[in-house]
Design a protein around this ligand. Structure first.
Ligand code: 2P0
Length: 342
């Protein structure tokens, strides 16, 4: 008799932070310096299948992304993650330590510069845990995804999500208490996001190294930490009250402060491009003409614009027209679902 195939498939969606995560207090446990708050999107998802090798094999872990084999540091990250799962005490019997084949597919538009470690590691967490026979509560799945990539902890849930910094006094308690969970939202808070895709140009510094440099050298970092906890609390209140203008103002301020903090690192970390500033001007122009729109930017030049769902068409139309008369590429997203494991 053949044993049932130990395999699972999971899908997770990207999330965009409205109150940003920038800086770790523990790089091994992936504990963040602050809490953060995000919106999971309906687009830009990753589907990952994990199939275990038969017991008694070499234990090798291989991975492909969009059909191409992963190698080097990208493969090592996946292997470290699978190791975290297959060496757990709660993985039973002959499932423990088995090799695995990881097959991952991103539905990010080609060349959009939006490939996301958030959707990637959330999907990997869901599929790996299930393949190794674990039935984890959402909180524990989020903690597990966090170990792959901090922002992945948030993609375990749909809609508005808060990722708690967790207990700051002690790393063991911090690990247990740093997880993401949904934020209760007013029923009439109907948001959307326009994603302005700008030419990414040559790849600048990765966010992991950039965070570490910011923590180590930016004199603004302590102020960033202090303000971010206030922003998270106020953003939660705005979401509960259905106050989009208040949420948008907090989100734009958080993004600006994050970039200011990293610009103050030595050497400076700069992700914003001249074209990004042009979009910020266009967003300010939308607001000046009475349309609610607020910008946020991550570790790259693209600008994401939060708005009411009813305004999405107008916001996209306005952002598509560049300042020099050229056209910008603008994608649309709505709030999306959390991790689904099959
Ligand atoms: C965020 N970003 O809150 C922030 C804002 C980018 C800018 O989380 O080192 O891939 O794997 O925890 O999650 C991107 O960093 O970093 C990120 P690691 P991650 O979304």
């Amino acid at each position: 008799m053949t044993a049932p195939l130990a395999a699972a498939t999971a899908t997770a969606h990207a999330n965009i932070a409205l109150v940003k995560y920038w800086g770790k207090r523990d790089a091994d446990l992936m504990l963040p310096a602050t809490s953060s708050l995000s919106l999971t999107l309906s687009t830009f998802d990753t589907t990952t299948r994990v199939e275990l090798a038969p017991a008694g094999g070499s234990g090798e872990v291989t991975a492909t992304l969009d059909g191409a084999p992963l190698t080097g540091p990208a493969l090592a990250k996946v292997q470290r993650f699978v190791d975290l799962v297959r060496t757990r005490d709660d993985v039973e019997g002959d499932l423990a330590g088995r090799g695995a084949r990881v097959t991952s597919v991103n539905t990010v538009p080609t060349g959009a510069g939006l490939a996301s470690s958030a959707s990637g590691f959330a999907a990997l967490a869901g599929a790996t845990a299930a393949a190794y026979g674990l039935d984890l509560a959402p909180r524990d799945l989020s903690r597990l995804a966090r170990r792959g990539s901090g922002s992945a902890s948030r993609s375990v849930h749909g809609g508005f999500v808060v990722w708690h910094a967790g207990d700051l006094a002690d790393p063991v308690r911090g690990d247990l208490t740093s997880f993401a969970e949904p934020v209760p939202a007013a029923a009439d808070l109907d948001v959307a996001m326009a994603v302005v895709v700008l030419d990414a140009g040559p790849k600048s510094i990765g966010s992991r190294e950039a965070m570490a440099r910011t923590v180590a050298t930016s004199p603004y970092f302590p102020a960033w930490v202090e303000h971010t906890e206030v922003d998270v609390a106020q953003a939660r209140d705005a979401i509960a009250a259905g106050d989009l203008a208040q949420l948008g103002e907090i989100a734009e301020a958080s993004a600006m402060r994050m970039h200011a903090t990293m610009l103050a690192a030595r050497p400076a970390v700069r992700y914003l491009a001249p074209a990004s500033l042009g979009v910020l001007d266009a967003v300010a122009g939308l607001r000046a003409s009475g349309t609610g729109a607020w910008a946020t930017m991550d570790a790259g030049p693209n600008v994401k614009v939060l708005c009411a769902r009813v305004d999405l068409d107008a916001v996209v139309a306005a952002l598509e027209v560049g300042g020099d008369g050229g056209r910008r590429r603008v994608l649309r997203a709505l709030p999306g679902p959390g991790l689904a494991v099959t």
